[in-house]
Design a protein around this ligand. Structure first.
Ligand code: ADP
Ligand code: MG
Length: 244
């Protein structure tokens, strides 16, 4: 579904990503790991179009997407969440997701009827899926941190994506919230056939859920393999796990 080949990105003279390779098969859960500053967020920004690669190729469903703007990449089927939750804090939970569903359907908000009466079923379904049905009227900014992250995933789902890209979905969560969130992500992958690419610093989470793990170090892909091969790799231990 997604192939990243030899991608580079510098900020002035600093090479944030300098040879990233990644393969994501349809239906897989793929994790990107690597120490702080390894280039994980930069790589995700390149995949979703927030940044443009200096060189290398990003191919989604056999199409080069490296030069496309974020909204076109989103329409092609890649949705993402950010390392810091990105919601409309003053809107209700319901409206946050409804706006996303409407934008995906490219519905003009005032053409025939008020936007608030549109996409109600889709919005309710998504909120049920992420476990926020009982908080639809809550102002998003007032949600607990874990629920805000769940809402962010719901907003991403409003785009009806094939590939969901999650940047540290459990950042700042308690152990309990982490468990709930990872169970949710896993269920989305299982039940909806969603393909999921995520990065995560919690190794227990990564080795529990990922079918394939890509290891980044100083902007470079060291290895992509199954959990066991990554766990046993001497190169990975030396570069990354050994130092932790
Ligand atoms: P990670 O997500 O793996 O922690 P990042 O992709 O956020 O790593 O960052 C990789 C490196 O690139 C870091 O050293 C970071 O400081 C640098 N970096 C990221 N974004 C920018 C930017 N917009 N301008 C300059 N340097 C950046
Ligand atoms: Mg990051």
């Amino acid at each position: 579904m997604l192939r990243v080949e030899g991608v580079h990105k510098s900020f002035d003279d600093f090479k944030a990503v300098s040879g990233a390779d990644l393969t994501v098969e349809a239906g897989q859960m793929v994790a990107v790991i690597g120490p702080n500053g390894a280039g994980k967020t930069t790589l995700f920004n390149l995949i979703t179009g927030q940044l443009k690669p200096d060189r290398g190729r990003i191919i989604f469903n056999d199409e080069e997407i490296g030069s496309l703007p974020p909204y076109e990449i989103c329409r092609k089927g890649i949705a993402r969440s950010f390392q810091i939750a990105n919601i409309f804090p003053r809107l209700t939970v319901f409206r946050n997701v409804q706006v996303s569903v409407l934008s995906q359907q490219r519905k003009s908000t005032r053409l025939f009827r008020p936007a608030r009466t549109m996409a109600l079923d889709e919005t309710r379904n998504i909120l049920e899926n992420v476990g926020l049905s009982d908080k639809t009227d809550t102002i998003a900014g007032a949600l607990a941190h874990g629920d805000q992250r769940a809402l962010e995933i719901a907003i991403a789902l409003g785009n009806n994506p094939q590939l969901l890209v999650l940047d540290e979905p459990t950042a700042g969560m308690s152990a309990e919230e982490t468990g709930t969130t990872m169970a949710l992500i896993r269920r989305l992958a299982d039940e909806q056939g969603l393909t999921i690419l995520f990065c995560e610093h919690d190794m227990e989470v990564v080795f529990n859920v990922a079918q394939s793990i890509m290891v980044m170090h100083q902007g470079i892909t060291i290895l992509q393999a199954g959990p066991e091969a990554v766990h046993n790799s001497r190169q990975v231990q030396e570069c990354y796990l050994g130092g932790a």
